[in-house]
Design a protein around this ligand. Structure first.
Ligand SMILES: Cc1cc2nc3c(=O)[nH]c(=O)nc-3n(C[C@H](O)[C@H](O)[C@H](O)COP(=O)(O)OP(=O)(O)OC[C@H]3O[C@@H](n4cnc5c(N)ncnc54)[C@H](O)[C@@H]3O)c2cc1C
Length: 287
């Protein structure tokens, strides 16, 4: 059986564990924190619970897919509802905006608050849609490490349409060119922050990020965002052979080397360590 070691159990680590398990790998997960989920976490204040990391859930079918890969019905583990309002926006100068999921209502709200016509908004949203449609199969569903990704009809189509992708302009200048109203430009600039970018530096192709929200919608998991990682973790923990939640792990590489040594030298140690994780949830391993 092929072995895989995953360091970190944020959503990327969890999703990788699920996919490798589905492919029949012997998976071990190492996590430095007390809990899985990484940036997806929450905290409580009084009787309220707050999502502390991500709060907008898009493309929920991608999470469903992970359950399905593991032969499970997602609805037995994880449920979510579609939101009618993506976000409420507030500006210092007193302007507010309700970003309705319903495009007609959203367009009317924008027109009423900022005087931007339906046609202008439609043009901007359509350009974002085209960017997404032209590149999604190249960047989202294929490996960037595979030569066939670059030598395909889809890539050729994207190259031919290069001008429409606004690759060589900044997101801010792209937004300014199409939207013109300063509050709205700021609103659409903010999508650069979704991947930690600066709208003045990142490429205009990034206007496709908002397309996921405005076109496909946003969702809220029952129990909050943290349920995305919690529900997957509890399923994966039943299937992963070794799942370590380790406190204060500083040198993961060292740990992996030690782990490999242990594994090669004394197979009997691993079941003991697994047993520790199952019984106490947190195994503290000192090296
Ligand atoms: C405030 C905020 C708001 C956001 N809002 C949204 C949103 O609304 N919608 C959205 O889709 N995205 C949002 N994001 C982005 C999203 O949260 C992240 O892209 C995603 O959670 C990253 O997942 P990850 O698994 O790649 O990394 P992380 O979640 O950072 O997970 C990395 C994991 O690896 C562990 N680790 C690190 N080093 C080691 C080591 N040496 N040994 C063992 N374990 C290690 C860490 O403890 C952690 O658990 C937001 C992010 C932030 C911070």
């Amino acid at each position: 059986m092929n072995k895989a070691i995953i360091i970190g159990s944020g959503i990327a680590g969890i999703a990788t564990a699920a996919r490798l398990l589905a492919k029949g790998y012997d998976v071990s997960v190492f996590e430095a924190a007390k809990e899985t989920g990484g940036k997806i976490h929450s905290f409580e204040m009084g009787k309220y619970r707050f999502d502390a990391g991500p709060s907008l859930f898009t493309l929920p079918f991608l999470v469903d897919e992970l359950f399905e890969d593991l032969g499970e019905n997602p609805r037995d583990h994880f449920n979510y509802l579609k939101k009618n309002v993506h976000c409420q926006y507030f500006w210092n100068d007193g302007y507010t905006l309700t970003a309705y999921a319903d495009l007609k209502k959203y367009s009317e709200e924008i027109n009423q608050k900022f005087g931007i016509g339906k046609k202008t908004l439609e043009k901007y949203l359509l350009r974002s849609k085209n960017k997404y449609d032209l590149t999604k199969n190249i960047f989202l569903t294929k490996s960037l490490h595979s030569a066939s990704t670059y030598f395909s009809m889809e890539t050729l189509k994207a190259i031919v349409s290069l001008k429409k992708l606004d690759i060589f302009k900044s997101l801010h200048s792209t937004n300014k060119r199409f939207i013109k109203e300063k509050h709205l430009v700021q609103l659409y600039d903010r999508y650069a922050t979704y991947n930690g970018s600066n709208p003045y530096e990142t490429s205009g192709i990034m206007s496709m990020i908002q397309h996921l929200e405005s076109h496909y919608g946003t969702w809220i998991p029952q129990g909050g965002m943290v349920e995305i990682s919690k529900s997957l973790t509890s399923l994966i923990q039943k299937k992963v052979l070794r799942f370590f939640l380790i406190q204060k792990l500083k040198k993961s590489l060292l740990l992996v080397i030690k782990y490999q040594e242990l594994f090669q030298m004394d197979n009997n140690l691993m079941p003991i360590m697994s047993f520790l994780t199952w019984t106490s949830t947190i195994a503290t391993v000192n090296y």
